[in-house]
Ligand binder design. Sequence first.
Ligand code: 26Q
Length: 790
Amino acid sequence: MNTQYGCGPVQFAGASEALYERHLLFDSGVDLAGATARDRFEALARSVRDILSQRRLLTEKTYEQQNPKRLYYLSIEYLIGRSLLNNVMNLMLMPLANQVIEDKKLNLIEILEQEPDAGLGNGGLGRLAACFMESAATMQLPAMGYGLRYEYGIFKQSIQKGWQQEMPDNWLRSPDPWEFARPNEKVEVNLGCSFELSGGSLRPVPGRPSTLYGIPFDRPVIGYGGSTINTLRLWAATAPDYFNFEEFSHGDFVEAFTQNLSAETLTRVLYPDDSRLMGQGLRLIQEYFLVACSLADAVRRFQRGNSDWRLFAEKVAIQMNDTHPALAVPELMRILVDQVHLGWDEAWHITQNTLAYTNHTLLPEALEKWPVPWFEDMLPRQLEIIYEINRRFLSDVRRRFPGDEGRIQRSSLIEEGFGKKVRMANVAVVGSHSTNGVAAIHSNLLRETTLRDLAEIFPERFNNKTNGVTPRRWLLLCNPELSGLITDAIGDGWISDLSQLSKLNAFTSDSAFRHDFLKAKRDAKRNFCDWVRWSTGQLLDPDAIFDCQVKRIHEYKRQLLNALRIVVLYNRLRENPGLNMHPRTFFFAGKAAPAYRLAKLIIKFINNLAVTIDGDPAVRGRIKVVFLPEYCVSLAEHLIPTSDVSNQISTAGYEASGTSNMKFMMNGALTIGTRDGATIEMAAQAGEENFFLFGLTAEQVAGSRAWYNPRWHYEHEPEAREALDLIFSDYFSRNEPGVFAPLRDALLMQGDHYMHLADLKSYLEADERLRALYNQPDEWARKAILNVAG
Ligand code: 26Q
């Protein structure tokens, strides 16, 4: 479809300064001299908001007039980060903003730092949702995101004595200039139970049906160029009446308040787990609340422009970001059957054709399953519908695969046996027309292993959509040095058409370009070191190799393998002080789920490693380890442009895609990594000779499971043994003897499930090749440019 929706580029001149001063005066009640940094941020943000408001309405009017097919993205997470600079850039207001900054002598960095990160997500899945929203607006697609307006996002991380501490992220403490509350468009949600607060958490009370309201809060999503401004609609839960006058008059004033409180608890906080570790009733209700509010809203929008329900799937596409919103299957059926009064078959046809599902994991244990009794209490009608879907589905399967009882059991929407459960992935596959993985290897393994039975039943539904990232935030905005250089070389077409970066291939033989390329990296490192000194007081060396691994802390992502590599390098330096080794700083950042004990111990180990190395004069100035606390979108924007080396070292077959791998690559880092996730396709695109791939392949990992023995590596690889012996001699934990014993247990006693020791040697060999290359700056630059171009 070529039709594009939206209006022309922003034509805005003058008045911006007046806007800024008016907002200072009328919103914050201060003048230029009396304004705090926060006042200045709010006034600037509100000025930008004024400019975009009209254009947002225009976009919406265009959609209403042209009545195109609408795309709705359903995601329980959006890891948005900050918006001010992104919005200014995408509206192309940078020249104007610079003028205000100059005239009013404002400090841009200081103003930008006033905005809290909107951290409404855990990691990759939530950031992907935010990137998709921005890209859809840039592509001028009629897309809308639906999510939850958590009052508290992902916890704030601090490090105390090396250990992760969690603190609440009260990001809405000051009013957020980007959100518009729309109480008039509230939605009613009915549940089969009520809730009461007990011991600080919300407990369902079965047998007492209740009603909640979802209040929409809209955030503008600005496409690059400002022609299209879409909406991210986040739902906040409230009780039906702010003041229940009936109860009030009966003297139950306090009771009425308590009910309010418990309803609002539903969207109070994001679950900080990025796996299914914590299955709690409140989470299931959060998922249903998202689905119920969003579908009611999407259906209402459909009805505004259409009257023929048979056209629903031609006008509405709903993408489910993982199974978290998979209740959309029974909920859409409920709406079509119970409210619209369609027959089952017609409703089922519409539901399947409207919905599509993206899977983000291969681990069977990470697939969502919810106890049937919870459905009985909270969502009885949805359960009835799931049972009917399952009855019809299984009778089809029986017809197609007679006598194959195993297949029937495995593909059923219900896991039978003690503690019956609803399998949400099966609900999502059966109730939709498309199931995609997020990288080629992941989609293949999904078909061949995790969802094999369903893929054999519905082969035409399974497909791949390799992840991507928005080049606006992850290159243009975060790396002005490099993006300026690229635009000077090939023009600015790459900003909205990334394939144009391939024009950089021609510049690898241009020695002036290579020189400028290295200088851009060096400038980014310098700026980063200044920022770190300014914000933490820590001193860093911009001439060291910046070697980074930043992501959630997980055993399968193998931060521990990286740490083992560093211990080996440290041992080499201690044993051979004359070793020729370019100074290197190893950066780590990432949060561990609060209940994931081993992940928290890995953080502790990295911090102890950092302290010990810092305290050893023998290696001072040669290697350094830095654990940057509070990893978030903003920290990623600061760190990624500075990076020389990107570590993507998951056990092959475990990382569905990865997305930081792409951000590093387009910012000119070289990747040292395993053949996993999207890294495989990235290396194919840039040429494997420009990557530092190592380690077992996914097939080798699966094939060696039965006989893999980590102790063999301990006994036969002296460097691995020395590193492990050093750790378990409490060299890095002199005042906390035995603290790292669980790491030894995992690596040597419990079979090293993620095969760290199997890959350590080839990791070190790849590292050797990489360090040799760094000593040839011209060759390094050539490969790095090829990476950006690819
Ligand atoms: C589920 C139930 C209850 C509580 C929490 C959850 C939950 C929450 C978040 C389960 C999973 C997640 C997040 C998963 C995630 O971020 N996966 C990553 O998705 C990226 C985008 O596709 C991929 O690039 C990564 O490889 C994948 O790990």
